[in-house]
Design a protein around this ligand. Structure first.
Ligand code: IPE
Ligand code: IPE
Ligand code: MG
Length: 621
């Protein structure tokens, strides 16, 4: 069982008047501005993709809305990837697959470079959602890219159960968590299934023209049979009597199915309002389909704004009243590392877990023990330029850079590195804008509170000046150092307000004090005495110093420890790197000949050069 304390919950508590519009964006979507932007993008995506769904979500308690936007935006993105016009089906399927894989990875590492996935990862953590049930739905979306055709109503319903219902189930799960269960009476399950099928049919009729544009028709063959010629007419976009009769029959059927007044009887009034309004909006949509006539084959019909307002305004009032009478509970968020690999990779009794796998399944190269560095130090450079290149604020570069730092820790654990030191903020970085400095510190603080490294076999330490950092950050750092002090896997040192000259000066001052106190004879001071007075006397020499971001300087980083380090510079900006780059750096290190001042080793005969590490299939370049 996990023994670590839960991270501090985001400021979302039951006392928040969250059913109202009054709850602040911060309270609903968290402190991180990038996260709030991500949730807003999800809301926009939902609204553009499906205004009715957006309107329905507005009837839910405010605390539930951001997570619903994230779920719907995710479904919409996947749908769009599966339906991209002018893209080969195989390529569309590959894109859905890649997106799904990336989501799995992001859930494991607890963050994402993609805003929609970032919001979903956060929503899953806040609401303890088990997103594994969406995997089947996503696989269906991927397969849909190859085309869809249903023989009968049963086939359409089975598809809807596999592809649509799991998303709705997530929302149901959230309502349950919040203490307003969407419980159906047992004898109402058939109603519910009919309702879902009616919604499905309404959608199918709405999107008829778009589907025809893509050469597909989702109306089951069974439904087409009584209307000979309708299929051929539809393919030709001919509004024939057969087509008109088919559409009239389908809208009537959809209307019957979505009209299930008994379904919501006995439910929480807020939940009932959500479902009843959904039914009303669908009936409006069906009216618009009926009224469209031949235009149905040209574009998706939409009900008028006035008609929607007639349904939505009273519904909004009903829902505000209903939720105001309910005190909702918001669960403590779970730590951001979610086990997406099933129970096999869960903790092993130590409370620790292995690092999540690489998103594409890359594995570390085999490195001979005598070619393995003990200590790799990294100057993580290029965050700002990465962001600027994309027209984003610099803080976004730092945020995404954090995910790259996680990757290096995962990669270090996988390859068996003992010491990893990361340069996060230099003494000189105080020259930057307060906003950027604050964003960097906030990022570190978030890592400490909820970062995905907490459950790994990593001893965390900090190096640098503590006196200029925000006090609560220093407390959080000390707490984490203490909590992880007995871990033996990887020692991760984060350099924060670090400067090599400052470290050397501080060490010299400590030596001077020891001399003055008579503890050491100044005439006999040697390098070992100096090393013993460094802030982290047990930090080994750096074997490999790697800098990203296309700069070839060491910027005041670890001058004492890196005096004999192998230097390695790469052009990529830090947020674009992942663990494979670390493995590549280590592989390159293994090829270097280190001499430490000795004469070069005699040249090896040509047939023995192959003893250097193998060409590594998974490492880059
Ligand atoms: C390194 O990226 C991270 C820190 C210094 C905190 P930069 O922010 O220096 O990125 P560039 O070099 O400006 O692109
Ligand atoms: C070095 O990067 C410091 C960190 C990566 C934290 P900088 O971007 O600050 O260094 P310079 O200014 O290029 O030397
Ligand atoms: Mg820089």
């Amino acid at each position: 069982m996990r023994t670590n304390p839960q991270p501090t919950p985001a400021p979302l508590d039951a006392a928040t008047p969250a059913w109202q519009g009054r709850a602040t964006a911060r309270a609903l979507m968290g402190e991180d501005p990038a996260l709030r932007t991500a949730y807003r993008l999800c809301r926009r995506t939902t609204r553009t993709h499906d205004p009715a769904i957006h309107a329905i979500i507005q009837l839910m308690p405010a605390v539930l809305r951001p997570a619903c936007w994230a779920l719907w935006a995710t479904a919409s993105v996947l749908d769009d990837l599966a339906d991209q016009p002018d893209v080969e089906p195989a390529q569309r399927a590959a894109r859905v697959e890649a997106w799904t894989k990336a989501l799995k990875h992001d859930l494991a590492v607890g963050t994402s470079t993609d805003p929609i996935r970032y919001a979903l990862v956060d929503a899953a953590r806040r609401w303890r959602l088990d997103l594994s049930s969406l995997e089947g739905a996503m696989a269906r979306t991927r397969d849909d890219a190859h085309g869809l055709r249903f023989a009968d109503w049963a086939a359409l319903r089975a598809w809807s159960n596999e592809e649509i219902v799991p998303w709705v189930e997530q929302v149901r799960q959230m309502f349950e968590q919040a203490g307003a269960p969407m419980t159906l009476r047992l004898d109402r399950h058939a109603d519910y299934e009919d309702f879902v099928a009616g919604a499905q049919l309404t959608d199918l009729l709405t999107d008829l023209s778009t589907d025809l544009d893509q050469g597909r028709l989702l109306v089951p063959l069974e439904a087409l049979e009584p209307f000979p010629g309708a299929e051929a007419d539809l393919a030709q976009r001919r509004w024939s009597p057969a087509v008109a009769a088919l559409i009239a029959e389908l809208t009537a059927q959809a209307r019957r199915r979505v009209t299930r007044p008994a379904m919501t009887r006995g439910m929480h009034p807020g939940v009932a309002t959500v479902l009843d309004t959904a039914a009303e909006l669908m009936r409006l949509q069906l009216d618009a389909i009926d009224a469209a006539g031949p235009a149905l084959l040209k574009r998706p019909p939409r009900p008028s704004v006035a008609a929607r307002a007639r349904v939505l305004v009273p519904a909004r009032l009903r829902s505000i009243l209903a939720w105001s009478l309910t005190s909702l509970t918001v669960p403590d968020p779970r730590p951001s590392v979610v086990d997406v690999n099933g129970p096999g990779l869960a903790d092993d009794g130590t409370g620790l877990r292995p690092p999540p796998p690489h998103r594409e399944g890359a594995r570390p190269p085999r490195i001979a023990a005598d070619r393995m560095p003990s200590h790799v130090a990294i100057i993580m450079d290029g965050n700002g330029r990465w962001a600027e290149q994309r027209g984003l604020p610099r803080r976004e570069g730092h945020r995404v850079g954090t995910a790259a730092a996680h990757e290096m820790v995962f990669g270090a654990l996988e390859i068996g590195l003992r010491h990893l030191t990361l340069y996060a903020f230099s003494n000189e970085n105080w020259k930057r804008d307060t906003e950027e400095v604050t964003a960097i510190f906030d990022g570190v603080r978030r890592e400490l509170d909820e970062g995905p490294l907490r459950d790994l076999d990593v001893r965390q330490r900090w190096s640098g000046r503590p006196d200029r950092l925000p006090e609560e950050l220093v407390h959080a750092i000390r707490r984490e150092e203490h909590r992880t002090r007995n871990r033996t896997g990887l020692t991760l040192t984060i350099c924060l307000d670090y400067g090599g000259r400052e470290e050397i000066t501080r060490t010299a001052a400590a030596l001077a004090q020891a001399a003055r106190a008579g503890e050491i004879d100044p005439h006999l001071i040697g390098p070992d005495d100096f090393a013993r007075h460094l802030p982290h006397p047990d930090m080994p020499d750096v074997d490999l110093l790697w800098r990203t971001g296309n700069e070839q300087r060491t910027s005041n980083f670890l001058p004492w420890h890196a005096a004999y380090a192998e230097l390695y510079f790469t052009p990529d900006y830090w947020p674009d790197t992942d663990r494979r780059d670390l493995w590549q750096a280590i592989t390159e290190y293994g090829r270097r000949q280190r001499r430490h001042g000795a004469a070069p080793a005699p040249l090896l005969p040509p047939n023995t050069t192959g003893r250097l590490p193998d060409a590594q299939p998974d490492a880059r370049h």
